[in-house]
Design a protein around this ligand. Sequence first.
Ligand code: AKG
Length: 261
Amino acid sequence: MELTDTEFEQYQTDGYLVVEDALSPAAVDRVKTRLREYTHGDREHETFESQLEPRVERGELEVEEEGDAVRKFEGLGMVEADDVFAEVANNETIVSVASQLLGPNLKLLRSAAMFKPPEIGSEKGYHQDAAYYPIHPMDHVTVWVALDEATTENGCMNVVPGGHKDGILGHEAVEYDTDIVIAEKDYDEDDAIPIPMESGSALFTHCLVPHYTAPNTTDQWRRALIMAYMRSRSRFSKPDEELPPWVDSVHIQGEEFPGCV
Ligand SMILES: O=C(O)CCC(=O)C(=O)O
């Protein structure tokens, strides 16, 4: 998949780009079936973390089955240990677009599944993905793949176009330690725009673009898969002892370099 000049420019200017039909309907179904096997079936996972909706975790809300309240799966082990997630990480269209934005040598920095369950799926506050990952250069690309139609009612992505040009902002922890939001707003939330997407479409976002998703107020799931890519030459920007435990990488394509993430 070759980006047009206009698409490439849009990414540089706005910090995001939607690529339609990145995953075929069959590939989307494979992912949704696999997610369901983990949340509601017998498939065990030891290589990645699972997180529940905060109100359920706190005992304020009850659900029939724990799987009905899963908020997210997180960890590169998703891709290392599961062929269906690995297929998405190595998807030809996604990797091709990532390499046009970042160059030929690519590593995967993050994989996650975001569930947003019907009616109880909570918001994800404004944040910049770069705040989670102390790496240099600060230009990794997050790919958010819609597995269901994403709408303003069920919690589609909202981004601040051009926000990546203002650098990294201060963040503070909420709910879980692994959940941070922007504390020093440097932009007007009215500047954010919703990005409704069809299932199978992929949103490529610069890691400095502030973004947000609203609660799911519908009776349908809003699921998405996240894969984040970085240049293989990326280096840690903090000493080893200050690195968060989740910062690691999986080789995707091209050369690898000593001393890099
Ligand atoms: O899918 C969502 O609701 C938000 C995901 C997100 O922005 C993130 O995990 O960085």
